[in-house]
Design a protein around this ligand. Structure first.
Ligand code: SAM
Length: 198
């Protein structure tokens, strides 16, 4: 039994799809290192539950874009749990192939773009997400052209989050809301709106 994050309802069908995704990850991981080998034993607590925390912040949106999707966190988990169509941008071709297979297996509406964020061409979305990709200042630079004007960026961040906000505020004017992580004592979720260069 998993302890789902607050405000997240996981149906039996969703749990089955999440389990199928985790099994696929365990199968592919030795070949392409989607998560560190020590993390694979704790993949539910460290990665799946961590990603599920974004569900209440994204629920009801029409579409999302995830930057640097890697092994599918948070994008595949959010796609499974919400049914919201997503675009996953991942420059590593082998990881992109894994993400396509994960979407096919779990029958989620996820499109994978195997390209770099610096050169991607995609229709802007109301939500942009990222986890473990880059400092906030860089995330905002990549997210800015991908986001609709009234949209929001939602980032899963570690213990450097407060420092990263201070650094980013030298370059970006923005409205930031922070939420403590339920899965990591020093983690934080950032919800950023109305960001523009200073
Ligand atoms: C540290 S991993 C994090 C993966 C996943 N978001 C997670 O939390 O497990 C960062 C991922 O971003 C991808 N990436 C890094 N820079 C990128 C770029 N400029 N454009 C597209 N993907 C990039 C890498 O290939 C890698 O898979």
């Amino acid at each position: 039994m998993h302890k789902w994050p607050e405000g997240v309802h996981v149906s039996r069908e969703t749990e089955e799809k999440l389990s199928a995704f985790v099994s696929l990850l365990e199968k592919w991981n030795p070949r392409i290192n989607l998560v560190s080998s020590k993390d694979i034993e704790n993949v539910w607590s460290r990665h799946v539950l961590d990603s599920l925390q974004l569900v209440p912040l994204i629920q009801g949106q029409s579409r999302f874009i995830d930057m640097g999707s890697g092994g599918g966190f948070p994008a595949v988990v959010v796609g499974i749990a919400t049914g919201i169509p997503g675009v996953l941008i991942e420059s590593d071709q082998r990881k992109a192939a894994f993400l396509r297979e994960a979407a096919r297996l779990t029958q989620t509406h996820l499109e994978v773009l195997p390209c770099r964020l610096e050169s991607v061409k995609v229709q802007p979305a109301p939500v942009v997400t990222a986890r473990a990709l880059a400092p906030l200042v860089k995330l905002l630079e990549w997210a800015h052209p991908l986001l609709q004007p009234e949209g929001k960026a939602v980032f899963l961040k570690g213990q450097q989050a407060v420092q990263e906000i201070q650094e980013a505020e030298r370059v970006w004017k923005m409205d930031v809301r922070t939420y403590p992580s339920q899965t990591s004592s020093d983690g934080m979720i950032l919800e950023v709106r109305n960001f523009n260069r200073v």
